[in-house]
Ligand binder design. Structure first.
Ligand code: SF4
Length: 294
């Protein structure tokens, strides 16, 4: 019999896999309204929204690609994290057995499927201590196709005429979207980090995907850049699934980390329309007290 912790995490995985969060679905509906009737873009968004409805009704995975499972665990100070890793791994094992997750994790040396989606570094689990009473766990399922069009730039970039400033960052972000050309299953969302090193920048960029689509960066220059890049991306006309249209991106979320004088990285985590993100706050015994995204 799985522990209450594991049971709660199985439910988190099941719901994340089958039920798109409200803000993402609302953004897709808005995008559909903005496309011309009977256009390929409208048709693509109708198909996506049908898919969303069917997955929710049937409790079936939204996409055949399980994606990389990334768990973000926020725990109170003095919480013993040793109990969480086995609970998360047990939940992934069982959710795979139950069909909420397709077996989709590959051993890079043999090319064989790792049993139950468990492998070296899979799932990805981040821990963070915080001034809080209970444990909060957020899950992002990051599709492989969208990961393929994620990018990292090192400024200055003469090819893009991108210098070490926010205009240079803007050029990089639009270049990443133009290069994707709808691959990675547009309309997507950009998680971005300015600065850091190659590893922390990529991690910070992905972490931006925890933010709601409706929010804005607290730092006004980053908030302005978010708006600017979103507007610029829509003008590219790439559209849903690259069919052309008014909506190429659903959102842009930018964070920043300190950097060294020698380097200026711009890291981009491209998320597809199947933006599976959910979270739970858990009670002392691991019971679900509250859902963090609706
Ligand atoms: S990129 Fe996203 S929508 Fe496209 S196949 Fe992968 S998970 Fe599915």
């Amino acid at each position: 019999m799985p522990s209450t912790w594991t049971q709660s995490l199985i439910e988190l995985i099941r719901r994340t896999s089958a039920d798109l969060p409200r803000d993402v679905e609302a953004a897709l509906r808005k995008a559909r309204r903005n496309e011309k009737p009977q256009s390929p873009a409208r048709w693509a968004l109708d198909t996506i929204l049908d898919n969303v409805r069917l997955a929710r009704a049937r409790g079936a995975p939204l996409c055949q690609d399980t994606g990389t499972l990334v768990f973000y665990c926020e725990v109170p100070f003095r919480f013993d994290t040793r109990r969480l890793t086995p609970a998360i791994r047990a939940a992934v094992r069982q959710a795979t057995g139950q069909g909420s997750l397709r077996p989709n994790t590959i051993d890079p040396l043999t090319g064989c499927s790792c049993a139950h989606n468990l492998g070296a570094g899979a799932p990805v689990i981040h821990f963070e201590f915080a001034q809080r009473r209970n444990v909060a766990i957020r899950l992002v399922m990051k599709g492989g196709g969208s990961e393929n069009v994620s990018a990292q730039f090192s400024l200055p970039d003469t090819r893009l005429k991108a210098g070490r400033d926010l205009e240079g960052v803007r050029r990089c972000l639009l270049a990443a979207v133009a290069q994707a050309q709808g691959n990675g299953c547009a309309p997507g969302v950009l998680g971005v980090c300015i600065g850091g090193d190659r590893a922390t920048g990529a991690e910070c960029a992905k972490r931006q995907l925890l933010r709601l689509l409706s929010d804005h960066a607290v730092e006004p220059r980053l908030a302005a850049l978010e708006r600017h890049v979103l507007a610029g991306a829509q003008k590219l006309g790439i559209g849903p699934m690259g069919f052309g249209g008014a909506t190429t991106l659903l959102g842009v979320k930018i964070g920043a980390l300190a950097r060294l004088p020698a380097s200026y990285f711009v890291s981009v985590a491209y998320m597809c329309w199947a933006f599976r993100r959910r979270g739970v706050a858990l009670g002392k015994k691991g019971n679900i007290k509250r859902w963090l995204y609706f």
